[in-house]
Ligand binder design. Structure first.
Ligand SMILES: Cc1ncc(COP(=O)(O)O)c(C=O)c1O
Length: 426
């Protein structure tokens, strides 16, 4: 890890402390150059990690090293640079395999992000297996990217999108979910950690219920991958997706994990170079998995940067990260909910680092704007989860979401900022 000399946070506010055993947040912060700046004259407090996370120097350096030293197209050149770039690209696939505990590298497909991964499954597996009168089952807490691709598929195929309800705490109701699994259900698509509520879903139980009826399960892991250890073989899910940019890696790169027999049986998503073995005007023979799903020149620096991010997370330990973020969440939950007029949205028993809330008489956008003037970045709006807002009778919430470099002192700054909002609005 690199160490930067000083941080405005170290000089400006209460001293940083190690608050979880085995996790030195001060050292971690030194690895993230962007954090060490002022916003509107205050030390930057970045609490919008569910939207995207900041990048450690190791990731930035890996991308620069690629462009400075071995930029070349992959899989097709016989020259030195191309062979080196190909080896690094494929090494990145192995890093993702290890990160997700997948059985084989071929089960890892590089895509643009969780959104593209879900679209890929809907447009390949979905178009083959979902027909008129069939059903796709999702939940009421999905991000738009795990709703719209299925809605488009259902419209095209005259199939039905079924939605499992959630309770007032923002938890899935297992019995209600199970009732919706029927002979016409062709696939289940469910979020692992809700970006709007923070709820952690019981994926292993969901998979067990679906598999008892031979229904495959896709898990949207966009918010889980940066926050907790993920073992796709233990979960036994059929597909798992996540985005590099929320996992301390670059934008423009993401992952689709799929069980090999499913991937092998699926038609390609896009046609073009790289995804073929041979082409004539009469017939094309497709390449093997995973290349069958990676048409054209892919993002090469993306997987290389992502590998650096995953190795960084591995050095810290995903268990340590999960434990540390849980401490932050518990601390923030207690402090924020004690502010008069504040109501938390999403109070599930199992939650990960996302705190959504509303304040009586103040629009979330006003909360966000006032906090911004204090140097504090949060997200306000529907968080690309409008049906969740509808479920809670709202059109927006304010959302603070935590990352591995956040501190209790930053949560104290958030609380002071919210008290200021309270004062401004009386
Ligand atoms: C739960 C969840 N799923 C999917 C996505 C989509 O991710 P991306 O925009 O990186 O494709 C997000 C992004 O916020 C998300 O929070």
């Amino acid at each position: 890890m690199t160490t930067l000399a000083s941080s405005p946070l170290q000089s400006g506010r209460a001293p940083l402390r190690e608050i979880a055993s085995g996790f030195d947040v001060e050292k971690v912060r030194a690895d993230f150059p962007i954090l060490h700046q002022q916003a509107h004259g205050h030390p930057l407090v970045y609490l919008d990690n569910a939207a995207t996370s900041q990048k450690p120097k190791a990731v930035i350096d890996a991308i620069v090293r690629y462009y400075e030293n071995y930029n070349a197209n992959i899989h097709r050149g016989v020259h030195y640079l191309s062979e080196r770039a190909t080896a690094e690209y494929e090494a990145a696939r192995k890093s993702v395999q290890a990160f997700l505990h997948a059985a084989r590298p071929a089960e890892i497909i590089f895509v643009r992000g969780a959104t593209e991964a879900i679209n890929l499954v809907a447009q390949t597996y979905g178009r083959v297996h979902v027909g008129a009168g069939d059903e796709v089952l999702i939940t009421a807490m999905e991000h738009h990217s795990n709703i719209v691709p299925w809605q488009m598929l259902c419209e095209e195929k005259r199939a039905k999108l079924r939605v499992a309800p959630i309770n007032d705490a923002g938890e899935l109701i297992p019995k209600e979910f199970e009732k919706l699994l029927g002979p016409r259900t062709k696939i289940v698509a469910v979020v692992h950690v809700s970006n709007a509520l923070g709820t952690v879903n019981p994926i292993a139980t969901i998979v067990e219920m679906a598999h008892a009826r031979d229904i495959p399960v896709l898990v949207d892991g966009a918010q889980a991958a940066p926050r907790m250890p993920v073992n796709v073989q233990d979960l036994d899910c059929d597909f798992y997706t996540f985005s590099g940019h929320k996992t301390y890696g670059p934008t423009g790169i993401g992952v689709l994990y799929g069980k090999l027999p499913l991937l092998e049986a699926m038609p390609p998503y896009q046609g073009g170079g790289e995804m073929i073995s041979s082409v004539s005007f009469e017939k094309t023979v497709f390449n093997k998995v995973p290349h069958k799903f990676e048409a054209g020149t892919p993002d090469i620096s993306g997987p290389i940067g992502l590998r650096a991010a995953l190795e960084y997370l591995d050095r810290l330990g995903m268990d340590n990260i999960a434990r540390y973020e849980h401490e932050l969440l518990s601390y923030a939950t207690e402090k924020v909910s004690a502010i008069p007029g504040v109501r938390l949205i999403g109070t599930a028993k199992e939650k990960a680092g996302v705190l959504s809330f509303v304040m009586d008489g103040v629009h979330p956008h006003d909360i966000g704007t006032i906090l911004d003037q204090e140097g504090i970045a949060i997200r306000t709006g529907h968080h690309c989860a409008q049906p969740v807002m509808t479920r809670f009778g709202l059109d927006a919430t304010a959302r603070a979401s935590f990352g591995l470099y956040n501190t209790k002192e930053e949560i104290d700054a958030l609380v002071s900022g919210l008290q200021k909002v309270r004062e401004v609005f009386g």
